[in-house]
Design a protein around this ligand. Structure first.
Ligand code: ZN
Length: 254
């Protein structure tokens, strides 16, 4: 049996209505970004990864559709690189609020926000209470907002698929993210331009420095970690590992 299309924006309104009646009352919203991703990847990485991650999380949650990915996010810390677009926190919150209210009005009973971009995690955690109080209690609003947890999914995946290369996981345009793009949009990956960036374990201190001083002061080429050694096998495992972990965390919070 072929899987039904879960992407709401590709469905007709009668199909969405039938899906809701059939019990597809959960909806996943990915929060992406349009920002620099090193010299070898396009600006759409986090938006394209959000499209895929949202779908994978919806499959795992079950009875879930996927709303259109929010394709621009909070990327102020990447603005020193040409092309990056950034939303103010209140703009992202307004978007998430309007998504939530719209979806609840159609009868969705659970809205799950899933960031595919590091800069969206903290704003999402902060706005969650407001999103919840914007809808009636019969509609749950959940979010995955554990940035360090997300990094651990990637590290695990690379350590299994390419043992010894896990120190190349830095969290941005690195071996894991580049590998995911080899699966999602290989036509946009310039593999010969893949380089080493700033290599350091991603921890709270580094995260604070990046959000305070900006990405470019930490890594002039825009890579955190090392992009070399990418492969589609690593990419599929990274996608699956993140989707498994996020779906499990969302179910635990339910
Ligand atoms: Zn990214």
């Amino acid at each position: 049996m072929t899987e039904p299309n879960l992407r709401m924006e590709e469905m007709t309104w009668p199909e969405v209505g039938q899906a809701l009646e059939a019990g597809f009352t959960t909806v996943v919203v990915a929060l992406g970004a349009t920002e620099q991703h090193g010299p070898h990847l396009p600006l759409l990485v986090d938006a394209a990864r959000g499209d895929r991650l949202g779908l994978e999380v919806a499959r795992r949650l079950g009875n879930a559709l996927v709303a259109p990915t929010i394709r621009v996010g909070c990327s102020e810390h990447h603005m020193a690189f040409p092309g990056t677009l950034s939303l103010r926190r209140q703009t992202l919150e307004a978007l998430c609020m309007d998504y939530t209210v719209s979806l609840a009005r159609h009868g969705f009973r659970r809205v799950c926000f899933v960031p595919s971009h590091g800069g969206n995690f903290a704003p999402l955690a902060e706005m969650l209470d407001d999103l919840r109080s914007a809808v009636a209690p019969d509609c749950a609003v959940d979010a995955y907002s554990d940035l360090m947890g997300f990094m651990a999914f990637w590290k695990n995946a690379v350590s299994i698929e390419a043992p010894g290369l896990e120190d190349r996981v830095g969290g941005h345009a690195d071996i894991s993210e580049s590998s995911e793009m080899l699966c999602i949009r290989p036509d946009l990956v310039h593999e010969s331009r893949a380089e080493r960036g700033h290599v350091q374990d991603f921890d709270e201190e580094l995260a604070e420095r990046i959000f305070r001083d900006g990405f470019r002061t930490v890594t002039p080429n825009g890579i955190l970690g090392d992009a070399r050694g990418m492969s589609a096998d690593i990419g599929e495992r990274c996608i699956a590992s993140a989707a498994d972990g996020i779906a499990a965390a969302l179910d635990a919070s339910d």
